[in-house]
Design a protein around this ligand. Structure first.
Ligand code: GLA
Length: 744
């Protein structure tokens, strides 16, 4: 059993081949944190790892003068006793007090992993894959239980955590804050990495040192996880690199408002916590009721950031994503959004789709504009086909697209309503808005009250009606407006603090209903591109439109940043027209594809506008992707050279047997008579020889220890020719190359 309970010391040791996590009962009955890191040999007690000395001016709950909560490393710290740091939870009682005292009551250890009610979470397919520990803590006065839930995976450096409150008392309490986890680290020698941005520039790694003292935090209050901050944080040691050194990852499996925080005290310890944002959160927990907090997936490594990412890639891809498409190579698609916007007819769509069929695309996706009386101001909420655009209904169009040999996919934005819509006219109370106050609109739309089950059912019924008799293979589920002036007309005044969370539970419920109805559907989530790109979404939709920015150079950054916490198969990446609609930049068609290959590949343009030569190129690209998509989407991915640190960005994928690899190399701007670059590859077999691009042969050891670029340069000495390109013939701004490596 990889979880041992030592009865004498009252300590739990969770371990697998790589990781140890040790916790134990403190002298006051609370749970203390003893160790988290590389695997330790088990022993009866690790209590000597805890420093218990008391310090002047600290309050002492047990008058033993050697124990103060202020200095104790805790599992799930409470508010208001003798610990003045951030608390992991706060509970308001009917007398107004926030003081609680949860002490150990019991525990159970079992094989497997529990399902979290109504929430996404990682899972096991076979109980032997993981072991779970549930520790029940109890506040005697309230008869309230707090269950600390841990699962450790057998073959992965992964521990998941969450908590549940169960009210067995007589009193209704208010949960004012419920973090999913707390980790008290004994030191502060960390860099904190967050993934920040905005619309069209999502998930840029930002590094902040935790040395010193005070709070470092990120959050979302937008009702979705947001492009501003991603619910994924890495704490790494100062000297940790991509391939060496210690790092801890924390990924919240949740898509709504969140908070991630490190509270470093003046004694150089770090308290890290993550969970639902406590701002504007207040959950009324009545007698007999439970509250389940979302899960955090923790990963520990001593082998650098790429190893940490690899563990997340594998877990999210195989044990968070579900369903038919989980491990299947994704179809090459063509989406009409950048080609037509909302202005199209059945014929114009068929013309675009036909060209897609000619170049080998497999799936056509009809984006926004097909329903209601859809304009930029109207239509959302009315999920019936717009017969002005599609006089033969959806079926008429779908049949014609199917006749081209393509599958058909469709765009929806179920969580939204335009004030100009039949739905809003009939049911203004279905929108989230504060009574008697001005309502802010975003994109002329507002967010529906998905905390109200009737709203979710109404949208589901409308969609099912529209999709009746139509064979759909793919749904792009968009969400283009943050929640503002949040208020649910459905819930009473005493439950308004629950609305943000209930909203996201409503989103999950609609996903669940749709998945049940269409088990083989490929869902792609989207929120103005990547505004809701998180591990929670992957449970329902195995891929997400990771950014509205389709410019190849911008996308190198966005995909590179996303890869720290998310697998390649989890994002859509499309070739679009130039000048690029978001960036205005002109990049070669080759480079647009060389970037988009590393994702769920597709086109987002009217291919009819390309020249015959370009169409031939596109045909080659589609062929290439079909040949290598399994390797790309499900191989091991490595970041090799960061676009923020180098003029040459690079990444690669390697097949599980290490016999095949692809390396993408991108020149960000032209660079004349430049210095030497060594691009050292990763993940190959040292003992194998690899054919590079069909003719040159290099050892795996040489490629990893010396590098691809100097080897190619030496094999192809260049004369003084102009323009004076980099070795590898990369020449001119935004040039790029994909190297195919095959073991001999
Ligand atoms: C969002 C999406 C785009 C497109 C439009 C349609 O911005 O991110 O891909 O679907 O909405 O309105």
């Amino acid at each position: 059993m990889p979880i041992i309970y030592h009865e004498t010391s009252r300590e739990f040791h969770l371990f697998n081949g790589t990781t140890s996590y040790v916790i134990g009962e403190l002298v006051n009955g609370h749970m203390g944190q003893i160790y988290y890191g590389k695997r330790l040999r088990d022993r009866e007690s690790f209590a000597h790892l805890l420093e218990t000395t008391s310090r002047p001016i600290s309050s002492d709950p047990l008058t033993e003068h050697c124990f103060s909560m202020e200095f104790a490393k805790q599992e799930y710290p409470c508010f208001g006793t003798t610990d003045y740091r951030e608390a992991a939870y706060e509970i308001q009682q009917t007398n107004g007090s926030h003081i609680t005292d949860f002490v150990y009551e019991s525990h159970k250890i079992y094989e497997g992993k529990p399902v979290l009610q109504d929430l996404p979470a990682s899972y096991v397919e076979d109980a032997a894959e993981a072991t779970t520990l549930e520790i029940t803590m109890k506040d005697q006065l309230l008869n309230l239980k707090l269950i600390l839930i841990y699962t450790i995976y057998e073959g992965r450096p992964v521990i998941t955590r969450s908590v549940r409150f169960e009210n067995e008392g007589q009193e209704t309490v208010r949960l004012e804050k419920v973090m999913s986890l707390n980790v008290d680290f004994p030191d502060n020698k960390f860099d904190w990495i967050q993934f920040s941005g905005a619309w069209a520039r999502e998930r840029t790694p930002v590094v902040r040192s935790l040395e010193g003292s005070g709070v470092t935090a990120i959050e979302s209050m937008r009702g979705h996880s947001s492009s501003q901050q991603n619910p994924f944080v890495i704490l790494k040691r100062k000297n940790t690199t991509e391939f060496d050194g210690e790092a801890f990852g924390f990924s919240l499996v949740y898509s709504g408002n969140f908070l991630a925080m490190a509270d470093v005290d003046t004694f150089n310890t770090t308290r890290f916590m993550m969970g639902i944002n406590p701002r504007n959160f207040s959950w009324k927990l009545e007698p007999g009721c439970q509250f389940q907090a979302p899960e955090v997936i923790m990963v520990h490594t001593k082998d650098g950031l790429n190893a940490l990412s690899g563990s997340y890639h594998s877990l999210l891809q195989n044990r968070v994503a579900r369903g038919y498409w989980r491990n299947r190579p994704r179809p090459v698609l063509l989406n009409n959004w950048e080609a037509t916007g909302m202005e199209f007819t059945e014929d114009s769509i068929v013309e675009i789709a036909s060209k897609g069929a000619e170049v080998g695309v497999e799936l056509f996706v009809l984006d926004d504009g097909w329903f209601g009386v859809r304009t930029e101001e109207s239509g959302l909420g009315d999920w019936y086909v717009d017969k002005r655009k599609l006089p033969n209904g959806l079926k008429g169009l779908v049949d014609r697209v199917h006749d081209l040999g393509l599958r058909f996919g469709i765009w929806i934005e179920p969580e939204m309503v335009n004030p100009k819509s039949d739905l809003f006219e009939k049911h203004p109370e279905y929108a989230l808005m504060t009574p008697d106050r001005r309502k802010s609109l975003g994109r002329n739309q507002m967010v529906l009250d998905f905390s109200n089950p009737a709203v979710v059912d109404c949208i589901y019924d409308q969609l099912m009606e529209s999709f009746q008799g139509i064979e759909l293979d793919y749904i792009k589920w968009d969400m283009n407006c943050s929640i503002s002036e949040c208020y649910s007309p459905y819930w009473g005044p005493d439950r308004q603090g629950e609305v943000y969370h209930r909203y996201i539970l409503g989103v999950y419920r609609l996903y669940e209903k749709m998945i049940e109805r269409f088990p083989n559907m490929l869902f792609e989530s989207c929120a103005s591109g990547g505004c809701r790109f998180d591990a929670g979404m992957l449970y329902y939709a195995p891929q997400a439109w990771c950014s509205d920015d389709t410019d190849a150079i911008e996308r190198i950054h966005i995909q590179y940043g996303s890869s720290y916490g998310y697998p390649i198969s989890s994002w859509g990446a499309h070739v679009s027209e130039v000048p690029n609609q978001q960036a205005g930049r002109i990049t070669p068609l080759k480079t647009r594809a060389n970037v988009a290959y590393f994702g769920a590949f597709g086109y987002e343009m009217d291919l009819n506008e390309l020249s015959p030569e370009e169409i031939e190129t596109v045909k080659e690209q589609v062929k290439f992707m079909k040949q290598y998509r399994e390797l790309i989407q499900f191989g091991s991915f490595y970041r090799l050279s960061s676009p923020w640190e180098s003029n040459i960005a690079s990444w690669m994928v390697v097949s599980p047997d290490k016999k095949e690899a692809l390396v993408g190399v991108y020149l960000l701007k032209t660079d004349v008579n430049c210095g030497f670059t060594q691009l050292k590859l990763q993940g190959l077999a040292s003992e194998l020889d690899y054919k590079v691009d069909g003719d040159l042969v290099f050892g795996g050891d040489e490629l990893m220890e010396y590098g691809l670029i100097p080897l190619i340069a030496a094999a192809h000495p260049k004369q003084n020719e102009y323009p004076y390109s980099r070795p590898m013939d990369l020449c001119g701004d935004f040039d790029s190359k994909i190297f195919v490596l095959k073991a001999e």
